[in-house]
Write a protein that binds this ligand. Structure first.
Ligand code: HEC
Ligand code: HEC
Length: 150
């Protein structure tokens, strides 16, 4: 019993400390306060793919996706990006990982866990990063020891 009370006290304490240091998108405004929100970022729909920051990053979408339906019956994205359609559409084929189930078996169709494309792929925007970071792309590091395969 004592232990539980102690655990609760520690949890409460750390929650309080953390909530003081973490800036939220609402800029730490009280719950009953309204904050002025940033304007919505502009989508970039110039059809130019941008390079990925790391190989396993879901590429961001370089074109308009407004009103592209993705539900039980229709997946508009696959109408262009599926393996069978890409010759006609010249869209990038969804990668092989999208046809794999969680055990690594290949399926004939896009795996259900990769069906809702916009769960992972977002549109390109001109939005500034919400928080700063010191991430360095591996290719910057490689530039130091010039790689001939590049
Ligand atoms: C009308 C055909 C079409 C539809 C529908 C379509 N795309 Fe595309 N997509 C393309 C083409 C073509 C490209 C190549 C770049 C360009 O022309 O915009 C592309 C590029 C992309 C890329 C960039 C790939 C890379 O390697 O950088 C992503 C991600 C993407 N689309 C996701 C989607 C998603 C998600 C949807 C559905 C919400 C979708 N697309 C619907 C044709 C389409
Ligand atoms: C669970 C997250 C997730 C979902 C859902 C998802 N993707 Fe991806 N996608 C990724 C990741 C991660 C990559 C990059 C690594 C890879 O190829 O697996 C990628 C890569 C891609 C690429 C680039 C392939 C290449 O070889 O350059 C395209 C195009 C793409 N996805 C389209 C789609 C479309 C269309 C859908 C919906 C049918 C979709 N993705 C659903 C995570 C996802």
């Amino acid at each position: 019993m004592m232990l539980r009370i102690l655990a609760c006290a520690i949890l409460l304490f750390s929650a309080t400390v953390l909530s003081q240091n973490v800036a939220t998108l609402r800029k730490q405004a009280a719950l009953d306060q309204e904050v002025t929100t940033e304007p919505i970022a502009n989508e970039i729909t110039n059809d130019l793919k941008v390079s990925r920051n790391y190989p396993m990053q879901p590429p961001i979408i370089p074109h308009n996706i407004r009103d592209y339906q993705i539900d039980l019956n229709v997946n508009t994205c696959l109408a262009c990006h599926s393996r069978r359609k890409v010759t006609n559409t010249q869209a990038t084929m969804v990668s092989v990982t999208h046809y794999m189930d969680r055990d690594g078996n290949f399926l004939a169709a896009v795996s259900p866990r990769r069906y809702f494309c916009t769960q992972c792929h977002v549109s390109q925007t001109d939005a500034a990063p919400l928080v700063g970071n010191s991430f360095v792309d591996v290719k910057e590091l490689m530039a130091v020891s010039k790689n001939e395969n590049e």
